[in-house]
Design a protein around this ligand. Structure first.
Ligand code: HAM
Length: 432
C-alpha cells in the first residue's frame, strides 16, 4: 500500500464471499433447490431495493427492524425513501400481489436465496449483510400448511447434514388481532406490576408495541418475561383450534417441538403459528431460522386478505454450524496445468485450452510472460499432477511435453494425441 494512501476495507458486518466460502453457499443453495423444488416451490428473487414504506407497513413501524435496522436511501430526485431489503416475506407478498399470482392455482409456493441487510450490532452469526434462504406458501389458511412448512424446514436441515436429534423446534401461537388485544392487556398489567425490574426499552415498548417486550434480550427483564402469562390461554376458539391442529399434524409426523410461550418473533405481520429452529438447546444459541403464519400481511401492504405461511434460514448461521460440525469442502486442485514459452506457444495455448474445454477437462494456465521455472512453480503450488509444456520447437513439430509432477518423468506426445493420453492417465488414476 502506498504511504499516505487510504486503504479500503469491507464495511463492518459485511464480508467478501471468497471461492472457498462459495462452496458452502452453493451447497446450501443446491440443497434448498433440491428440497423446495421437490415440494413444488418455484424460485423467486425480488430486488434488493424496495420502497421503505413496504417494510414499515408490512413488518410494522414500531418494530426493531424498522425503527433501528433498515438501511435507507433516497434516489437522486429525492422523492421516494428506499430501503435495502431487511427481510424477504413482505417483498415476496408484494410480488405476489403485483404480478397477479392470486390468479394462479392456489396456494402459490415460492422460495428465494439472496442477500439481506440489517444495521445490527455485528457479532458471531449476526451480520449487516447476510444471506437468507426462505420459502413462502401463499393463499391457504389450513393448519396443514403450517405443518408442511415446518416439515420441509426439518427435511432441509437434515439434508444439510444436521442430525435429527440436534434439531430443536420452538413453537407458539400469537393468535389473531382479536385474541392478541386481550393478551396485550394482560402483558401490560404484568409488566406494569414489575415496572422497576424492566429495562427502559421495554417501558417504551409497553406504550408503543407491547407484544415486542417479549423480544427483549436484556437480562434485566429476564425474570419478568419468564413469568408472563401464556398467550395460549387467551386464544379465541378459531386460533386455538388452528394451533391444536398444527400440533396434531406435528405429532402425527413425529416432529418433536417445545412450546415456548415467550416466542413472538420480532415482526408484526405474524398471526397464529410462529416457530424457530435451533441446534442443541436454545440457551445461548441464536436461531438458525424461523417463520410462521402471516394472514394479514397482504392486506397491510394494500392487497386483499390472503392467508400465508413461510420460513427463512440464515445461510451464514447454517454454514457456521456445518463447519463447526466438521463439514469440510475444498476447492478442487486442477489436475493439469499448461505451461507455454514464447509467442507461438502462447497462441497455440488458446487453441489447446478450447479443445480441453470442449472435452470438459479442467486445465490450469497462465498466459502471461512468466518463465518456464515460475510457471512450473505455480503448477506445483496449485497441486497439479501433470503439466503440459509447449515451447517454440514443440509447436513447430506438432508435439507437446507431458510431465508427471510426482515422478518428474517427461514424455513427448503428438499434439493431436494429447487429449486421449491425458484422459487415459486420469482414468487410470481415478480407478486406483
Ligand atoms: P427472521 O427471524 O428475522 O425472519 O430471520 C430469519 C433468519 O435469518 C434468522 O433465524 C437468522 O438465522 C437469519 N438472520 C436474521 N438476521 C440476521 C443477521 N443480522 N445476520 C445473520 N443472520 C441473520 C424473517 O426474516 C422472516 N422473513 C422469516 C419468514 C419467512 N417468516 C415467514 N416467512
Amino acid at each position: 500500500m502506498k504511504k499516505g494512501h487510504k486503504s479500503f476495507q469491507s464495511l463492518r458486518g459485511m464480508k467478501d464471499i471468497l471461492a472457498e466460502d462459495h462452496l458452502y453457499y452453493d451447497s446450501v443453495l443446491w440443497t434448498a433447490k433440491k428440497i423446495f423444488e421437490f415440494y413444488n416451490f418455484q424460485r423467486i428473487e425480488t430486488p434488493l431495493l424496495e420502497e421503505a414504506e413496504l417494510f414499515a407497513k408490512g413488518v410494522g413501524k414500531k418494530t426493531e427492524m424498522i425503527e433501528k435496522q433498515m438501511y435507507l436511501l433516497r434516489n437522486k430526485e429525492n422523492k421516494e425513501l428506499l430501503a435495502l431489503r431487511p427481510e424477504g416475506t413482505a417483498p415476496v407478498m408484494r410480488a405476489y400481489l403485483e404480478k397477479g399470482m392470486f390468479n394462479l392455482p392456489q396456494p402459490v409456493k415460492l422460495y428465494y436465496f439472496g442477500p439481506f441487510f440489517r444495521h445490527e450490532k455485528p457479532q458471531a452469526g449476526r451480520y449487516r449483510q447476510f444471506y437468507q434462504v426462505g420459502a413462502e406458501i401463499i393463499g391457504e389458511d389450513d393448519a396443514a400448511i403450517d405443518a408442511e412448512i415446518i416439515l420441509i424446514s426439518k427435511v432441509f436441515l437434515e439434508s444439510l447434514g444436521f442430525p435429527k436429534k440436534d434439531i430443536y423446534l420452538l413453537i407458539n401461537s400469537i393468535g389473531c388481532l382479536d385474541c392478541r388485544r386481550l393478551y396485550i392487556r394482560e402483558i401490560k398489567r404484568h409488566y406494569k406490576k414489575h415496572n422497576k425490574q424492566i429495562c427502559s426499552d421495554c417501558r417504551r415498548r409497553l406504550e408503543e408495541n407491547p407484544l415486542r417486550v417479549l423480544d427483549c434480550k436484556n437480562e434485566k427483564c429476564f425474570l419478568v418475561k419468564e413469568e408472563v402469562p401464556s398467550i395460549l390461554d387467551y386464544l379465541c376458539s378459531e386460533c386455538r383450534d388452528h394451533f391444536k391442529s398444527v400440533l396434531d399434524y406435528l405429532d402425527y409426523l413425529n416432529i418433536p417441538y417445545i412450546l415456548d410461550k415467550t416466542l413472538v418473533r420480532g415482526l408484526d405481520y405474524y398471526t397464529k403459528t410462529v416457530f424457530e429452529f435451533y441446534l442443541d438447546s436454545k440457551s445461548n444459541k441464536i436461531s438458525l431460522g424461523g417463520g410462521g403464519r402471516y394472514d394479514k400481511l397482504a392486506e397491510a401492504i394494500g392487497g386483499f386478505e390472503k392467508p400465508a405461511a413461510g420460513v427463512a434460514f440464515g445461510v451464514e448461521r447454517l454454514i457456521q454450524e456445518m463447519i463447526q460440525r466438521g463439514k469440510k469442502l475444498k476447492l478442487p486442485a486442477p489436475k493439469l496445468f499448461l505451461v507455454q514459452i514464447g509467442e507461438p506457444a502462447k497462441k497455440m495455448s488458446f487453441k489447446i485450452l478450447e479443445q480441453f474445454r470442449k472435452e470438459n477437462i479442467p486445465l490450469g494456465e497462465n498466459l502471461g510472460k512468466e518463465s518456464l521455472k515460475s510457471q512450473l512453480k505455480t503448477a506445483d503450488r496449485l497441486g497439479a499432477q501433470y503439466v503440459l509444456i509447449l515451447g517454440q520447437q514443440e509447436v513447430l513439430d506438432g508435439m507437446i511435453i507431458l510431465k508427471d509432477m510426482r515422478s518428474g518423468l517427461q514424455e513427448l506426445i503428438p499434439l493431436d494425441k494429447i487429449i486421449p493420453e491425458v484422459k487415459k492417465r486420469l482414468q487410470r488414476q481415478n480407478s486406483k
